[in-house]
Every structure is written in structure tokens, then in C-alpha cells.
Design a protein around this ligand. Structure first.
Ligand SMILES: [Zn+2]
Ligand SMILES: [Zn+2]
Ligand SMILES: [Zn+2]
Ligand SMILES: [Zn+2]
Ligand SMILES: [Zn+2]
Ligand SMILES: [Zn+2]
Ligand SMILES: [Zn+2]
Length: 244
């Protein structure tokens, strides 16, 4: 019953005193029978006595000698119990409603196995190691596991969800970017931004007569207007520039 040790089993009908361990006073777990006085102890309780003073706590015989009581174990294993996960800490709602023989609890729980009958046992996600109730596992793997595999919606690069959303997004070559001038131009891929800026109407440019001395700067969309309304000034600047 190795896998059962971390669970508390509740019996549908409390077992009779006969099934009680004379040491720990709870229902026997792996019943051992002493050869000295015929008392029943749990396997673990016998082990502890042997480690301590090796003396039978009932009749004081030393050294204590006990053997597994297979008949008693069969009787015990037939007792009806509730699933140890009938209520689950931290889980809203009711847990597992399984009722069955003590002897089949272990198989029902299937602890440490990914698949199993009981949906209220915590199993580790094979991708990230997080414990999840078995019933939540597929949802976790498909919807929320940080290590689930996804592909970047912009470039198709495949990696874990965590890597795509935290690292790749900063270097994705196809990540849509808004124009730095916030022009109405459609979203741009990162590597197209420089070429867009050379035609973006909202980009600030210097007057075409800058070299002649016009210090005006304006958005590209106003350049034509500036040139048209400053024909004279630009001509004068050009003349001056050539007459230095
Ligand atoms: Zn005991
Ligand atoms: Zn004894
Ligand atoms: Zn169950
Ligand atoms: Zn996971
Ligand atoms: Zn990408
Ligand atoms: Zn733009
Ligand atoms: Zn100008």
C-alpha cells in the first residue's frame, strides 16, 4: 500500500475493534500478528517497536516476533471505503464520489500515474512539472501550461508559450509595429519600418532647399504646400547661394 500512505482512508462503516492496531489504535495497515500473544499491529508499528526496544508492547516478550496476517489483510481489504479524494483541499465543489473496497483504492487512485480512474488525484504535468488534478490536466496542457508548444502567430516560429510571449515577441521579424509617426498606414513588419519612413507622410523632413539655406522643417505632407507658397523665397536663397 505504498501509494496510500499519504492518504487518509474513511470507512463507510467504521470497522470493529478487531481491526484496530494495539499500538497506534487506528485501523490496521498491513496487519501483522505477534507470535507471542496474538496481537495485531500495523507493519509500520512493528517496525518502530523493533527499532525502539524490540519488546512486545502488549505482553513484554522480547524480542518481538510478528508475521503478516494474510487472512486478516483479505478481510480488511474487503471493507468499503470512500475515495480518499472525496473532498479536495483548495478545490471548489465536491471531489470524487467513488466508494469501493479498501483493497482497490490504490488502483482507483493510481498515484504517480498520468492516467487513472480517480480524477481528483494530483498528477504532475509532464511539460512543466506543476501538480494538477487529473481532471484538469488536459485543460492545463492545452490552455495554460507555460511549457505548452505554440507557434508565433506572426512568423510561425515554434516554441513554448512562455518563450514566445516573453522572449520571441521582442525579436520576431514579423511582429506588427505601429508607424513611429502614428500615421494611418497599415501595421508594419519590423524590418519594413525604415523603408516606410522614407515615404511616410507624417515623417518630419527638411525643406528641399535646405542646402540653399531654408531652415524650415515640416511633415512630408506639407512639403508640397511649403514649396508652392515659398517659390520667391527659395529663388532668392538659390541666387544668394550661387553669388557667394
Ligand atoms: Zn499501528
Ligand atoms: Zn506479545
Ligand atoms: Zn477517487
Ligand atoms: Zn504544465
Ligand atoms: Zn514571430
Ligand atoms: Zn508612417
Ligand atoms: Zn523651404
Amino acid at each position: 500500500m505504498a501509494g496510500l500512505e499519504r492518504f487518509t482512508v474513511t470507512f463507510v462503516i467504521p470497522p470493529s475493534k478487531d481491526f484496530e492496531c494495539s499500538i497506534c489504535l487506528s485501523v490496521l495497515r498491513e496487519p501483522y500478528l505477534t507470535t507471542c500473544c496474538g496481537s495485531h499491529f500495523c507493519q509500520l508499528c512493528v517496525d518502530n517497536v523493533k527499532k525502539k526496544n524490540n519488546e512486545c508492547p502488549v505482553c513484554r516478550e522480547k524480542p518481538v516476533n510478528a508475521v503478516i496476517d494474510k487472512y486478516f489483510r483479505r478481510q480488511l481489504n474487503q471493507l468499503q471505503v470512500y475515495c480518499p479524494r472525496r473532498s479536495v483541499k483548495g478545490f471548489q465543489g465536491t471531489g470524487c464520489d467513488w466508494v469501493g473496497e479498501l483493497g482497490s483504492v490504490e488502483e482507483h487512485l493510481a498515484v504517480d500515474q498520468l492516467k487513472g480512474e480517480c480524477q481528483y488525484v494530483e498528477v504532475e504535468c509532464r511539460l512543466c512539472g506543476q501538480p494538477n488534478l487529473r481532471r484538469m490536466l488536459s485543460k492545463h496542457i492545452n490552455k495554460s501550461c507555460p511549457n505548452r508548444s505554440i507557434s508565433c502567430q506572426y512568423c510561425g516560429f515554434q516554441s513554448t508559450h512562455e518563450n514566445i510571449t516573453k522572449q520571441h515577441i521582442d525579436v520576431c521579424p514579423n511582429f506588427p509595429l505601429v508607424c513611429t509617426n502614428f500615421c494611418s498606414s497599415t501595421m508594419l513588419k519590423g524590418h519594413e519600418l525604415p523603408s516606410h519612413l522614407s515615404t511616410c507622410l507624417e515623417q518630419e523632413v527638411a525643406c528641399s532647399f535646405g542646402e540653399m539655406g531654408c531652415k524650415e522643417k515640416m511633415q512630408r505632407k506639407f512639403l508640397q504646400q511649403h514649396l508652392e507658397s515659398n517659390v520667391m523665397q527659395h529663388q532668392m536663397l538659390t541666387c544668394q547661394a550661387f553669388h557667394v
